[in-house]
Write a protein of this length. Structure first.
Length: 120
C-alpha cells in the first residue's frame, strides 16, 4: 500500500504514514497490535498476611501483592536492613502499623457431611 499524500510505501495495517503523518483510512481494533488490559475483577489491596507471617506478615503481604515469592522479598528486606544500617527495620515497623490486616473469614464447620449447629 502507498500513501496518497507522499507516495511512500507503508504497511497494510498502518493507520498513519510514517513520512508525512497522513491518515491511511485503516481503522478498527484489527489494525494494530492486540492490547490485553488488566485482569477483570477488583484490584488487589496491600494487606498483611495472616497465614505466612514470621514476625508481622509485612514481607508476605508485599509478596502476595506483587505476585513474588515470599523468600525473595524476605531476602531483599534482609539486604535492605544490612545496607541501610537498620533503616529498613524502621520502615518494616511503620509498614506493620500502617498496612491493614485482612478481615477474618469463618467457614462453617462440617463434621461428617452435616453442618455443625450450636446448642440452644
Amino acid at each position: 500500500m502507498y500513501c496518497t499524500q507522499c507516495g511512500k510505501e507503508i504497511r497494510d495495517l498502518d493507520r498513519f504514514c510514517g513520512q508525512c503523518g497522513a491518515a491511511t483510512g485503516v481503522d478498527g481494533p484489527s489494525a494494530g497490535p492486540t492490547y490485553y488490559g488488566p485482569p477483570a475483577g477488583p484490584p488487589k489491596k496491600l494487606m498483611l498476611s495472616r497465614t505466612d507471617r514470621k514476625v508481622g506478615g509485612v514481607c508476605a503481604g508485599f509478596a502476595d501483592y506483587l505476585g513474588w515469592d515470599v523468600t525473595i522479598v524476605r531476602l531483599l528486606f534482609l539486604c535492605g536492613v544490612v545496607y541501610s544500617v537498620g533503616l529498613a527495620l524502621v520502615a518494616y515497623l511503620i509498614a506493620w502499623i500502617v498496612i491493614p490486616v485482612p478481615p477474618l473469614t469463618y467457614a462453617p464447620q462440617v463434621v461428617s457431611g452435616v453442618p455443625a449447629t450450636r446448642p440452644a
